[in-house]
Design a protein around this ligand. Structure first.
Ligand code: NAP
Length: 532
């Protein structure tokens, strides 16, 4: 491979992490190129344009904290930002810090090979260009590689099929249409109420019901905003460590369900239900580790589903059996209410699996459903998909796909042994998707920035995780995960949604101890890494 352009750093992806990484690298005085497959920036918020797409973390937390003027000046209209609002914000950030000039859009990285002699990463893109850089930062996102299920007859369907994460930019006119949605995860739960209002008929094909709680979106409260902005740095610091970078700044209560009487439990749960959003899952401090506390919470939501949904058969179909909070929690705006509409039909594809997509719609083992349009709300090959879809090869030509054949292995979720100078932002083995992603991203970008600055200052050519540190880290991640209820059901955290994917719990529970460990590693001279 012949190198044409050389940089100090190549960053793959211009989403939230790629943009911040670029900002930081420039401030170190390094030459940087960001390569982005999309026609615009924003990563997940560029691609996910399905009806109802919205973040489920409060806006005041789901935003960058690195620039005081930026966070003071930006105004969010609602409690949870819509996809267009977040995209507007990220475009503003790019303009404000003049980031665009170093981003190459509409370009997909196909291969990244480590050239040991030249101590460089050599990158090939789909437009035939070649580039090289000393450092390669994969800012490719944790939930970015869409999962398109292999269903027989997909090509035969007469109408359009859209994945939620590849929704047409020009929008889709659903009026008068018979729409089928496959999947009932976070994306579907947001899209279904909106689609039901627009379409003539909506048929939802459900493999697993959802423990969903109301988001209670509302306009931003000026008083609360002013209070937070009066000490934004303090607010961020408290969220980051005291609240454990959770998806809400309202900390979990400091007691178990088992400490309370039945009346007190119901009162606490009802108060949290009324708050809406992720605070509900913090009604008790042990919902992710204590099956009894978990069951109290699940029973409460079971009761709520029963109150909202009118048809008792539908209540049964819509009520999960698995531990609550085991699949990634879902927030909704009128999701269960939607099943009371006369134009909505729920199909249980566990009872009658999908056999094929036909020219006219979807065929299950029970019936044929005539459709004009199919929505695949089938999620992502999470955490590893975006990395493994690129031909990444480390020392001695070792493919990442071989190194990760039995599941992802790395050190701190940041570096893989055998892949010098390659960093993964919010990689598997780090808290990432179990936290407010903004916080996890900023922490990783800052750690990598400090590491690269240290290397430049001290004349180190490369940094690489040792095999021993990596083995110990993987064992640690498994040990922490095994003590939680996250391993008690089928979820994408463990790759269950992707046929043939190794079943390994990928994120690391516990942000504050993770940050401490990252800091300790640095204080001990990058313990567990080889600096050459
Ligand atoms: P998801 O949570 O993985 O949901 C995918 C849905 O499709 C599940 O119901 C899954 O069933 C079903 N499914 C997958 N493959 C299928 C197949 N072959 N046949 C039938 N059904 C199938 O994906 P998502 O809803 O796109 O969300 C992914 C993650 O992105 C979320 O968990 C969240 O972290 C993030 N997200 C966040 C927001 C937000 O901030 N509001 C919005 C959207 C997404 P099973 O459960 O049985 O696998």
């Amino acid at each position: 491979m012949q190198s044409t352009d050389e940089f100090d750093v190549i960053i793959v992806g211009a989403g939230i992490s790629g943009l911040y990484m670029l900002y930081r690298m420039r401030r170190l005085g390094l030459s940087v190129r960001v390569i982005e497959a999309g026609g615009g920036l924003g990563g997940t918020w560029y691609w996910n344009r399905y009806p109802g797409a919205r973040c489920d973390t409060d806006t005041l937390e789901y935003s960058y904290s690195f620039d005081e003027d930026l966070q003071q000046e930006w105004e969010w209209p609602e409690r949870y930002p819509t996809q267009p609002e977040i995209l507007k914000y990220l475009n503003h950030v790019a303009d404000r810090f003049e980031l665009r000039r170093d981003i190459k859009f509409d370009t997909r990285v196909e291969a990244a090979h480590y050239d040991e002699a030249g101590r460089q990463w050599r990158i090939a893109t789909d437009d035939g260009a070649e580039m090289a850089a000393r450092f390669l930062v994969m800012a490719t996102g944790s939930i970015s590689a869409p999962n398109i299920p292999a269903i027989d007859g997909m090509d035969s369907f007469r109408g359009p099929i859209h994945h939620t994460a590849r929704w047409p930019h020009e929008g889709v006119d659903l009026s008068g249409k018979r729409v089928g949605v496959i999947g009932t995860g976070s994306s579907a739960v947001q899209a279904i109420p909106v689609i039901a209002e627009q379409a003539a008929q909506l048929t939802v094909f459900q493999r697993s019901p959802q423990w969903s709680v109301p988001a209670h979106n509302r306009p931003s409260d000026p008083e609360m905003v002013a209070e937070i902005k009066a000490d934004y740095a303090g607010f961020r610091a408290r969220n980051r460590l005291e609240s454990g970078a959770q998806l809400s700044h309202i900390p979990a209560n400091d007691f178990s369900a088992l400490d309370l009487s039945e009346d007190e439990r119901q009162r606490v749960l009802e108060a949290r239900w009324q708050l809406g959003g992720f605070p509900f899952f913090g009604a008790f401090n042990d919902i992710t580790v204590n099956p009894d506390s978990n069951k109290v919470t699940a029973d409460f939501v079971r009761g709520k589903i029963g109150e909202i949904v009118e048809d008792p058969d539908l209540v049964d179909m819509l009520t999960p059996e698995y531990t609550i909070h085991c699949k990634r929690p879902v927030l909704d705006s009128g999701y269960f209410e939607t099943y009371n509409r006369s134009n909505v039909l729920l199909v249980d594809i566990n009872a009658a699996p999908i056999q094929a997509i036909t020219p006219d719609g979807i065929r299950t083992t029970d019936a044929d459903y005539d459709l004009d349009l199919i929505v695949l709300a089938t999620g992502f090959d999470a955490m590893t998909g975006a990395l493994l879809r690129i031909d990444i090869r480390g020392r001695d030509g070792l493919p990442l796909s071989d190194a990760w054949a039995s599941g992802p292995v790395n050190y701190l979720g940041l570096q893989v042994s055998g892949f010098p100078n390659l960093f993964t932002i919010t990689g598997p083995g780090s808290p990432s998707v179990l936290t407010n992603m903004m916080v996890a991203i900023e922490q990783h970008v800052e750690w990598v920035t400090d590491c690269i600055a240290f290397m430049v200052e001290n004349g180190h050519a490369s940094i690489e995780a040792t095999e021993e540190a990596q083995e110990a880290w993987v064992a640690h991640v498994n040990e922490v995960a095994d003590a939680t209820l996250w391993v008690s059901c089928q979820n994408w955290y463990q790759g269950h949604n992707i046929p043939g994917k190794p079943k390994v719990f990928m994120p690391l529970p516990g942000f504050p101890p993770y940050v401490e460990k990252c800091e300790e590693v640095v204080a001990n001279g990058y313990e567990g890494f080889i600096l050459a």
